[in-house]
Design a protein around this ligand. Structure first.
Ligand SMILES: Cc1cc2nc3c(=O)[nH]c(=O)nc-3n(C[C@H](O)[C@H](O)[C@H](O)COP(=O)(O)OP(=O)(O)OC[C@H]3O[C@@H](n4cnc5c(N)ncnc54)[C@H](O)[C@@H]3O)c2cc1C
Length: 380
């Protein structure tokens, strides 16, 4: 079997993995980017805050981003803590616009930018076997390929499942069981008046709605997994819950409802340790945020920036760089967790409802460890 040599193998070509591959390739590293999807399918995670602009500019992909024709929004709407809808303008923000994107296209754009910079993309591939350690580097066997990869550094960019980190023994610490049940309504206008994204709190959770660049309206019901489990079919469950969300219902009432909902894990979580000898995790794999923050992609790009500097420093002999990275992620989670608690505490209309009681009283999962998701002999 032939073995191809790389400096860094990155598992997962979402925003975090592709941004890191792009930065490392530009810095002259030989980078393998391994992505299990061959074609990018629809996915949620489409709202970008104004602060994303400098992040994309620093990454050198701003022109590609604008070429995707993202939908600009100059405000956001919320019914949170009160039944009335309030509008918050971005006008005072230095970058003035948030954005709604076609998420599959955005992810493909970043992966292509990494390839153009010299990274080697293995699309439609999973890692089947992993041997090695931090000292000698890693040997990865790719499903469906005779060739194996050897890399000095391994990066877990596989998203919330954090598959490689789990394989290396780092456990996920989850503080809730949030999920999103997504409904994609068709028939909206492609251009039309700017329509800001919206959040609406309800008794069992909260909704968010966003108008996508193609004109579809995405409405996602965020709730806890156990509250969905009692509710039967997810599509009927979510469509039924719309009745209790008058603002969200109004946005979709003239559109064509979907025949099927999709369900997305959205727990707030972090790895017990986000880096170790010869490896580190970026993006959701390191730290998964509540979509309420609309900052998952921003964090994915930020962690890629920090991870690139960390790997360059470690490669040059800075032995403390990896430990500093892990500590920075842990600190970031503490700060995020405090902000999240403040935001949920603003909603006091349903103190007895389980969804809010768990968050507002702090009666959450605490620091429960969840590590039982990795098939013993196979990664991916
Ligand atoms: C309901 C919901 C709504 C959200 N809304 C927003 C929002 O509006 N704005 C925002 O900024 N964020 C939002 N997020 C969060 C955002 O989607 C994530 O933070 C972001 O996708 C993280 O990027 P990532 O690259 O770390 O992980 P991902 O985007 O999850 O990418 C991981 C990649 O790894 C691949 N992969 C996984 N396992 C393997 C494997 N074994 N081998 C090879 N490849 C693998 C996957 O196919 C995927 O391409 C939302 C999340 C949810 C659940």
């Amino acid at each position: 079997m032939s073995v191809r040599a790389f400096d860094v193998a990155i598992v997962g070509a979402g925003p975090a993995g592709s941004a890191l591959a792009l930065r490392l390739a530009r810095a002259g590293a030989r980078v393998a980017l391994i992505e299990r999807q061959r074609e990018r399918a629809f996915r949620v995670g489409e709202t970008l805050p104004p602060a994303i602009a400098p992040r994309l500019q620093r990454l050198g992909v701003w022109d590609r981003f604008i070429d995707m024709r993202p939908r600009a929004s100059d405000h956001m709407l919320s019914s949170w803590g009160a039944a009335e809808l309030q509008s918050q303008s971005f006008i005072a923000h230095p970058h003035q616009h948030g954005w709604q994107i076609d998420r599959a296209r955005f992810d493909a754009m970043l992966a292509q930018a990494a390839v153009d910079a010299g990274a080697v993309l293995h699309a439609g591939c999973r890692v089947r076997g992993l041997d090695g350690d931090g000292a000698a580097g890693w040997r990865l066997q790719i499903e469906g390929s005779e060739a194996a990869l050897h890399a000095r550094w391994l990066v877990d960019a596989s998203g919330r499942s954090a598959r490689m980190a789990a394989r290396l023994g780092s456990e996920r610490i989850r503080i809730d069981d949030l999920i999103g049940v997504a409904l994609l309504f068709a028939g909206g206008d492609e251009g039309g008046a700017p329509r800001g994204p919206m959040i609406e709190a309800v008794r069992d959770g909260w909704w968010y709605a966003a108008r996508l660049p193609g004109g579809e309206e995405l409405a996602v019901f965020m709730t806890d997994a156990d509250l969905l489990q009692g509710g039967g079919d997810p599509t009927d469950f979510a469509l039924g819950r719309l009745a209790a969300a008058p603002h969200t219902k109004r946005r979709v009432q003239d559109l064509r409802p979907p025949s099927r909902a999709s369900v997305w894990p959205a727990a707030s979580q972090r790895l017990a340790c986000a880096a170790g000898a010869g490896w580190l995790a970026v993006g959701d794999a390191a730290l998964g945020r509540d979509p309420l923050s609309s900052s998952g992609i921003d964090f994915a790009l930020a962690s890629a920036e920090l991870a690139c500097a960390t790997l360059v420093a470690a490669q040059s002999g800075d032995e403390a760089a990896i430990a500093r990275y892990a500590a920075a992620i842990a600190r970031d989670f503490d700060a995020y967790r405090a902000l999240r608690a403040q935001f949920y505490a603003l909603e006091r209309r349903w103190p007895d409802a389980p969804f809010w009681a768990r968050r507002v009283s702090g009666a959450q999962r605490g620091s429960e460890v969840d590590a039982g998701f990795e098939p013993a002999a196979q990664i991916g």
